[in-house]
Each structure stands twice: as C-alpha cells, then as structure tokens.
Ligand binder design. Structure first.
Ligand code: ATP
Length: 289
C-alpha cells in the first residue's frame, strides 16, 4: 500500500491514529501496485490557486473519495487525472508511465473513464438510443443484442422498462441515472476496453436516498465485476462517502488537509473534517459569499 506516513503534504495527518493511517497490505487481494501517482500538481485559474502542490497516490483496487467544500478543486483534479486539463506544474504517472500532455496527445497504458456530474442526453433520442449510443455508433453488435445490453444496464440503475421513453418525459434524477447507465455501458466484444480507473464526479447529487443507494451499490458492483479496478469519487453526500470509499481525501485551499480510511472520519480531530461532517458554520472553513 502507499505509505501515507511519508507524505509531507498532509498537515492534518498527525491527528489520525497511526493504526488508521494505512490499510493492511493487500487487504483487497489486488496486489500493491501503484496505479496512479500525482506529484506536486498545481493549477490556477485567473490568479486563483485552485490546486497547490498536491501529491496523491492510488493503488490498484482502491476506492477513494475526494471531499471538501464547494469550489475547492475536486472536479479540477478529476479533469487533470482524466487528461482533459493540463496542470500548471507537476507530474502524472499512470502505472509508472509519465503522461506527457493531454490524453489526446498520448494515451495512457490503462483506460481511465470519467462519469461526469452532468452528462447531457440527446433530447431527440429515446432512453434506449441514448444509453446504447456508443455501441450503435462504434460496435458491430446486432441491434437486438445492443437492446438487450441496454435493458440490462437500465435494470442495474433501477430504471427497467424505460427504454422507449424520451429524456423530457423523465424526472431530473431519472435522467441522471440514464446518463450513468450510458457511461457504464461496455462492449462485450472488447472487455479490455473496460477502464482500470473510473472517475465519478458527484454521481449521486440530487438523487433521493434510495436512488443514491442503487447507484452506490452499482459503483461497488462495477468495481468487483472489473476485477481490481479502482475509482476516485467526488461527492458531498455522507452516505455516498461512507458506502463507496475505502479511503477519504479532504481537499481545501488547494491542499490535501487530511486523508485516512473512511472509518477514521468519525474519529479524527482534524478541524476541517469535524466541521465538514457536522455542517457547522463556525470553523476553519469559511463560506465564500
Ligand atoms: N475552466 C475554468 N476556468 C476558470 N475557473 C475555473 C475553471 N474550472 C474551475 N474553475 C474555478 O476553480 C475553482 C474550483 O472549481 P472545481 O469545479 O474544481 O471545484 P469543486 O471542488 O469541484 O466544487 P463543487 O463542489 O462546487 O462542485 C472554482 O473557483 C472554479 O470557479
């Protein structure tokens, strides 16, 4: 496992009991291979330092939640990891290979998939055509098989029998689940296309508690079905943090202020984590008005 003790960029780390800082080596049976490493990543927009010298390591098979107040750079870090945005400074290693430029310039040695916060659906296409869009466009699978795959995925996201409806006929939460279904649909002809790393940007935002549970269970099921795949998940929702994360990273003011196993979020005396989980207005995190 990554040795969190050696990370010098985690000022709040000292509040975590040493026994809680690292998981037992290879607890998940996925080996201890480092899948992703960020070294000294910085990014600013219009003079606003959003990420400031961030180091982050993710092992194969790990599930990590990135949390923190709004506007603190969580989506930015996902977009940098996905290769959609360049950092101003720092290095990115995917399975030990340094990435040069954006994803379009040099493909990574393993697939990285991103499930966006707001994936737009095509209004003129049915739910089935939306979810099966990439398979209809890029695979040679017969339409009947694509329909079956789509039906199965709709079932998985808790929307069975909705394939013939149009996005305008669905609630916002249902549309979100259709987007999710589209993001996770994969071609059985190319199982190697399945990403080794998935990046989820607030997949349960705006969903009712039961629909959230369906998506949270699905995120875990996808990880199990893909062997030792890993994911990073950005979320504000307490239940999603607790049900999908093995490890939690707290980002604020451009830096990782705390990280530890999900079981430690209720034990740590780190003031950022305490304020975040209690929802108190008073504390080191100041609302930006
Ligand atoms: N392309 C961009 N151009 C200018 N500023 C940007 C851009 N992308 C992000 N920012 C700014 O960077 C900061 C961090 O944004 P980001 O979306 O990463 O935050 P976040 O932590 O994901 O927020 P939230 O929890 O509200 O989704 C914000 O102040 C945002 O306005």
């Amino acid at each position: 496992m990554a040795d969190l003790h050696n990370s010098s960029t985690i000022p709040g780390q000292s509040g975590i009991p040493s026994s809680a800082r690292t998981a037992p080596p290879d607890a998940d049976g996925c080996g201890d291979e480092v899948l992703l490493e960020l070294k000294g990543i910085s990014k600013q927009f219009d003079g606003n330092q959003v990420l400031d010298n961030v180091d982050l390591t993710l092992n194969r098979g790990e599930a990590v939640a990135i949390i923190g107040p709004s506007g603190t750079g969580k989506s930015t870090i996902l977009r940098i990891i996905a290769g959609l945005l360049s950092p101003d400074e720092g290095e990115i290693y995917v399975q030990g290979n340094r990435r040069e430029g954006l994803i379009e310039d040099s493909p990574d040695p393993v697939g990285i998939g991103m499930v966006f916060q707001q994936a737009a659906l095509f209004d003129s296409l049915s739910v089935e055509e939306n979810v099966g869009f990439l398979l209809y466009q890029h695979s040679r699978l017969p339409a009947r098989q694509i329909r079956q795959i789509v039906e199965d995925v709709l079932d998985m996201v808790g929307l069975p029998g909705t394939g013939s409806r149009y996005p305008a006929e669905l609630s916002g939460g249902m549309r979100k689940r259709v987007s999710f279904a589209r993001a996770i649909v994969s071609n059985p002809e190319n199982p190697q296309d399945r990403p080794a790393l998935l990046l989820y940007d607030e997949p349960t935002a705006g969903l009712d508690p039961i629909a959230s549970t369906v998506i949270e269970d699905l995120i875990r099921a996808i990880q199990r079905n893909n062997g030792c795949s890993s994911y990073l998940i950005v979320t504000h929702q307490d239940s999603t943090i607790r049900r999908t994360a093995d490890r939690v990273i707290f980002l604020h003011r451009g830096k990782i202020q705390w990280q530890g196993p999900v079981t430690a979020v209720d034990e740590t005396d780190n003031p950022f984590v305490r304020q975040f989980f209690s929802g108190r207005v008073e504390g080191p995190i100041q609302m930006v008005h």
